[in-house]
Design a protein. Structure first.
Length: 306
């Protein structure tokens, strides 16, 4: 069965543009796929060899009783300036062997009790496995499609603490996904932006935020934009399907006929257009408005012809 979806992709091997049936397809042809597979296997082999060397060096450091500043930083997978800050803060004790030589006891590093740093006894393969369950800040912001400011605000409120892995601040992936509710409301197909609600229903942004919060409406954030469920908004306003078909909101009618809202309200009063009030929203009878505007247009044409 042929997929009904088609994706324009660029082959990561030869660089050609091709049409794929799946969004996960990376190669344009079988030869490119074979070349890609070989490249992936070589990359994995190089990574394994690199991890083996790192693990051998780590075990060598663990066999030493006293470490220099550089070796201690390497064992902790942090930079020398960071280590100096920890020493200055009294988190790590040092031993001065001479005026120029400073050493750190390995056992002191093991007993530091800093939960934010992966224990030095953790092997490289274990660290590599743990990294799969964590994510860095730039990757998290991109994955969750949020701003850096919003990311920091949310994790601070939820008290999600980072773990330092290989000198980088890493955050647990599962709690982040749960916090930002990436897959929430996947059954909702139509959304309003706040600006669309303000324009269509003639209310303020502050009113929209307060109203949606009070009524606990489904909403999500995409980048800098807040989206609100179209169905839940209209349902909360009491707009039935027949009312949406038979009535305009004042902003809708004003936009359609290119007249100001105050002018539209004048016409409602003058012609006694049937209307319904739903909270702050005024609905006016669609057919009546259309007839009035058609008559106004015809009268204007007649006056121009005279």
């Amino acid at each position: 069965m042929t997929s009904k979806f088609q994706y324009q992709k660029i082959c990561i091997i030869c660089g050609k543009t091709f049409t794929a049936q799946k969004c996960t397809t990376k190669y344009c042809s079988d030869p490119c796929a074979r070349r890609g597979y070989k490249a992936e296997m070589k990359a994995k082999q190089r990574q394994t060899e690199s991890d083996t060397i790192k693990e051998r060096n780590r075990r060598n450091l663990l066999s030493q009783e006293f470490l220099s500043i550089s070796l201690a930083a390497e064992l902790l997978s942090i930079s020398r300036p960071t280590l100096y800050k920890m020493i200055a803060a009294g988190e790590i004790k040092t031993i001065r062997a001479s005026e120029r030589i400073v050493r750190i006891k390995r056992t002191d590093l093991e007993q530091m009790g800093r939960s934010a740093i992966a224990p030095i006894n953790t092997s490289i393969p274990e660290i590599a496995k743990a990294k799969e369950e964590y994510i860095g800040i730039p990757e998290a912001v991109k994955l969750l499609n949020v701003s850096l400011t919003w990311f920091y605000k949310k994790i601070k409120t939820a008290d999600i603490q980072p773990t330092i892995i290989e000198g980088k601040a890493m955050y647990p992936l599962k709690p982040l996904k749960k916090l930002f509710n990436k897959n929430k409301h996947t059954d909702i197909a139509e959304w309003y932006t706040v600006a669309e609600i303000v324009e269509k229903f003639g209310v303020t942004k502050q009113y929209v935020y307060e109203y949606t919060s009070d009524h606990k409406m489904p909403k999500k954030r995409e980048g800098q934009e807040v989206l609100i469920s179209k169905h839940h908004w209209e349902q909360s306003r009491g707009l039935t399907s027949s009312e949406k078909e038979d009535y305009y909101t004042v902003p809708e009618a004003s936009e359609k006929y290119n007249i100001g809202r105050s002018h539209m309200y004048d016409l409602i009063g003058i012609h006694k257009i049937p209307k319904i009030k739903k909270g702050k929203i005024v609905l006016i009878h669609r057919q009546t408005v259309d007839n009035i505007m058609i008559n106004r247009k015809n009268n204007k044409i007649c006056q121009q012809q005279k």
